[in-house]
Design a protein around this ligand. Structure first.
Ligand code: EPU
Length: 316
């Protein structure tokens, strides 16, 4: 990114910025992949909204980086601006009470693990289904993150977000729709959200959370580098959702390797990486798995992992 683009986009804004930031290696769970031309952390909502507006006006690509839990950055890195919502203005949790309902106000960059831990501490029920799901509140809402115990859309009440042209939008529960790994939020940057929770015995909340963690530890390769499930669970010919992990397992692909990337021998839907892996190894392995599952089951797997690559759009 040229110094002119840089100063026009965020030179006068309340942000911290890092150029050629190694986001793939340092900020994704895979720990592989290239750099971001510019990694920008806004200190205020105003700075974020102005930055988004300017990026829209100059056709500069913008991407939001959460915890990098579900992300593969291409080896050549990414252009434009990568926004990190890690400053205090974007990571807080606040609570207030209306009768029996306890409302959680969560900022978009708040960590899901920390959120579930805080609810355990306070004895608030309604978000245990998010135990063990990595990521942020904002990223989680965009893709309706979750697992077999439920998803984030089950408990959310309102969402505030910023459109890709810099307009602040507000959605009530009645306007929100969530389905499997999908929400009806438009392409936007979530700013904050509220969740309605109920008081419960902290011991009971803690034991529900522990149960989910134990099931996850028993079935998933948690000690390895991965981005969680590589593929979405697809629909079969009868319209039933089937586990991608089982389809990959039945196709005999566990342990299959491409360079430093391999299909976990523990759970078929996890691609794990060793220190020699590159993003290209993972992408090639994903294509091989898709082809083999198609040959074996006649079902096309779609990636759940988000892949970032250069757009080739130059902001000038
Ligand atoms: N299975 C196999 N072989 C395998 C893996 C799974 O036969 O190699 C079978 C299991 O025995 C089970 C079924 O497939 O009968 C489903 O497996 P699992 O319970 O592990 O659930 P999943 O559908 O593979 C989903 C989410 C996970 C989430 C878990 C647990 C998706 C794509 N995956 O996995 O989310 O952790 O439920 O709640 O929806 C993620 O989002 O990154 C992720 C890992």
């Amino acid at each position: 990114m040229s110094s002119t683009s840089r100063s026009q986009l965020f030179g006068d804004l309340d942000v911290t910025a890092q150029l050629d930031a190694p986001i793939g290696a340092e900020r994704t769970w895979f720990g592989i992949g290239g750099k971001a031309d510019a990694l920008v952390s806004p200190q205020t909502e105003e700075a974020l909204v102005t930055l988004i507006e300017r990026c829209a006006q100059s056709s500069t690509p913008v991407r939001i980086l959460g915890k990098g839990a579900n992300l593969l950055v291409d080896d050549d890195g990414v252009d434009g601006v990568v926004v990190l919502l890690d400053t205090p203005a974007f990571s807080g949790l606040k609570f207030n009470r209306e009768g029996r309902v306890h409302r959680l106000h969560a900022m978009a960059g708040a960590d899901l693990f920390k959120t579930v831990n805080e609810l355990k501490r306070q004895g608030l029920a309604g978000m245990e289904q998010m135990a063990g799901i990595p990521g942020t509140i904002g990223g989680g809402l965009r893709m309706n993150a979750g697992g077999s115990y439920g998803c984030i859309g089950d408990t959310v009440d309102t969402v505030r977000c910023c459109s890709m042209s810099g307009e602040v939008l507000y959605y009530e529960r009645s306007q929100l729709e969530f389905s499997y790994r999908k929400s009806n939020l438009p392409e936007c940057i979530v700013l904050s959200a509220t969740f309605n929770l109920e008081p419960d015995d902290p011991v009971a909340v803690r034991s529900r959370v522990s149960e989910i963690w134990a099931a996850k530890k028993a079935s998933q390769p948690m000690a390895d580098h991965s981005a969680g499930c590589a593929f979405r669970n697809p629909l079969d010919r009868d319209g039933e959702r089937v586990p991608a992990g089982r389809l990959i397992d039945e196709a005999g692909l566990k342990g299959l390797a491409e360079g430093g990337a391999s299909v976990s021998t523990q759970h078929g839907n996890f691609i794990i990486t060793d220190p020699n892996a590159t993003a290209s190894h993972v992408r090639r392995l994903m294509r091989i798995v898709q082809d083999r599952v198609m040959d074996h089951h006649g079902i096309r797997l779609e990636p759940e992992v988000v892949i970032w690559e250069r757009t080739g759009i130059t902001a000038e």
